[in-house]
Design a protein around this ligand. Sequence first.
Ligand code: HAM
Length: 415
Amino acid sequence: MIQRPRGTRDFLPDEMEKRRFYENTLRHTAKTFGFREIATPIFEESELFILRSGPNVLNELYAFKDKGDREIALRPEMTAPAIRMFVNEMSNDPKPIKIFYFGQCFRYERPQSGRYREFFQFGAELIGNANAYTDAEVIAMASSMIEALGLKEYKIRIGHIGVLRQKITEAGVPAERMAEVLQKLDKKLYDEARPLMQEMGVSESVIDSIFDLTETVGDSSVLSKVPGEAGDHLRQIVEILNAMGINDLEIDLGVVRGLDYYTGMVFEAEAPSLGAEKQICGGGSYTLSELFGGEKVFSTGFAIGFDRILLAMEKEGQTYQPEGIAAYVVPVTDDVRVKSSEIVASLRRAGISADIDLMGRKMQKAMKYASSAGVKYTVIVGPKELEEGCVTVRDMSTGEQQTVKVDELLSAIRN
Ligand code: HAM
């Protein structure tokens, strides 16, 4: 047997129905915020992802040469593709541009629970301005989406990467080595961050003050410790979010974010039930358009890890009941099969999900199949009833049977 590639999953019909349902919940919420859906290719020129993150990013990508010798990569995320699309197609459109997307991303990671090589993101980008209102709008949408899905245990942490970047720059860390330091701080690897900064000539006391900053966590009262414009900016975001009815927020200046394009506000949401892979959403404000040949435009966005948030909902005991098939038509004898096909077709034309026995099963086996397939009503087509223009409808949950005229079957099932 051929197995699927490592880090990928198959989605069976029940799972797929559930995923579509929740995907549409997210779509609906995005639309209530005035965002519109886009789609970009699953593969892009590798350059798109290298431009910001450097060639090392290739180690984390599914990258290859196509037959025309072009360097291609499967997208590891959708912010860079969305901004490329904006620069190519939408740069003259009135701002702000509010777009959202859903689709699979690929990262060459070590697979584990909640970490896949193919995974799905639901994300959004607000392009055109960066102020406390645009930042709050994006956080509010992420929060509303998590609420709409019905997840109970989660935390949203808001920080400001500008504060940390400035502090690290003032400490004398060269710009080209900033990402290295931030990566260690992102993972709270202080034992590795310290020698790294020592080697760059940063003093012990300054290193300690950088660590202190990343440990500045709490409710909005900790903002009194955040200096200057960044502190004011975060205070304003919190005020706007509170006015929008979003109160359960944590300030955390240790939110660094793995991707290195953020410039200002950054935020993450986590579901503690997930353990190591608990981050269900991440985002922040950034500028990328100028890197892709456009004008410099400020943007803010986020992406929800769709697979992870579904896992967290499952852990909380949230279940989804698949809709199943409304009607299943069972011909009792072979000579009523053609008529049965006519009946199933009329149900389908009326928009009812309807199936018909295609395996030539006898009555009893057909009923057994119907109950295991989660069918709501079986429509039993027998030669005798048919002579009087009737069929028998059986409610599979109660076992009740009722004889109805074929031309009243539609309304009988609808009712
Ligand atoms: P990210 O934090 O790299 O941000 O990914 C967003 C979310 O995708 C994560 O919080 C996580 O839930 C999920 N995720 C990431 N990697 C995996 C994986 N291997 N398996 C399962 N889930 C995963 C971004 O991608 C940014 N583009 C978000 C953004 C949009 N920032 C601004 N706009």
